[in-house]
Design a binder for this molecule. Structure first.
Ligand SMILES: [Zn+2]
Length: 274
């Protein structure tokens, strides 16, 4: 009798332990290195301090009627590094998740409404900034960074890189990453070459400068219109390009509407590359 009671007690203990372990795994995030508990806070969009949380209902703003609303993006699954160590060249992030990525380039035109749009839209964006374009007013982009934008590298001069020597390209890529690190407190880890033009040297230099990936795009936005390359709808993983231009308001809203039409959610590019 006593043996039976003790046995039942142990079985119950085992069952509780199993249930607890299952609950922990369900709460966690599957990573390349195993299961990371959700409480680790290493995932920026899962952090309670993230600025781009669409679940918070913002007060009605100037653009409330024109800006689409999105669900929170699913937890990111990091892209595996190439076995040969080559830098990935990406126009569409390899993912099945229903996400797309909005990237905004250069920085010559500093539209006064960009901050208000970012504040109201609550979406993650990546800014590929050119040093010579931003140096007259780096503070402008610090404001956008404070609203959740992540700043990445796009050379010093915006000159075409293809055909230039290793050292000349290194000056442009490492030089711009170093400068952006000084200005914004975070050294970029992603890179886009001017005009989306690169050669083998560009990718080698970018990797040596500490970049995790370099980017082209699948859609570009101009005058508020989304320009597609093949199919006329944004696909999961697509990288979308727009610029700091006079039509910033139309382009930003147009890009988000394109993502919404496709049934996708904007996600943070940095969450997919480590
Ligand atoms: Zn550019």
């Amino acid at each position: 009798m006593l043996v039976r009671v003790v046995k039942m007690h142990w079985m119950r203990l085992l069952l509780v332990t199993l249930l607890l372990a299952t609950a922990l795994v369900a709460d966690g995030e599957i990573t390349a290195h195993g299961v990371r508990p959700a409480s680790a806070g290493a995932h920026p969009s899962a952090s309670p301090t993230a600025t781009a949380s669409p679940s918070a209902s913002p007060p009605p703003g100037v653009y409330a009627d024109r800006l689409p609303r999105f669900d929170k993006p699913p937890p990111a699954v990091r892209t595996a590094a190439a076995e040969d160590g080559a830098l990935p060249w990406v126009a569409r992030v390899p993912t099945d998740q229903r996400v797309a990525f909005l990237t905004i380039d250069d920085g010559w035109v500093k539209h006064p409404e960009a901050a208000e749009l970012l504040r109201e839209a609550h979406v993650p964006v990546t800014l590929f900034l050119t040093i010579n374009a931003i140096s007259d007013n780096p503070e402008y982009f610090r404001t956008l960074q404070g609203l959740g934008a992540v700043i990445e590298a796009h050379t010093i001069t915006h000159n075409k890189l293809t055909g230039l020597s290793y050292d000349a390209q290194r000056q442009e890529i490492c030089g711009s990453a170093d400068r952006l690190g000084e200005l914004y407190g975070r050294r970029p880890t992603l890179f886009r070459p001017p005009f989306g033009e690169k050669d083998a040297t560009t990718l080698r230099v970018a990797r040596d400068c500490g970049m995790k990936a370099a980017f082209f795009w699948k859609e570009s936005v101009n005058q508020g219109n989304v320009w597609y390359q093949d199919v006329k709808v944004v696909q999961p993983g697509d990288v979308i390009l727009m610029h700091f231009r006079d039509q910033f308001v139309e382009d930003f809203i147009g890009a988000l509407q394109g993502i919404k039409r496709a049934g996708l959610t904007p996600a943070r590019l940095e969450d997919y590359f480590s």
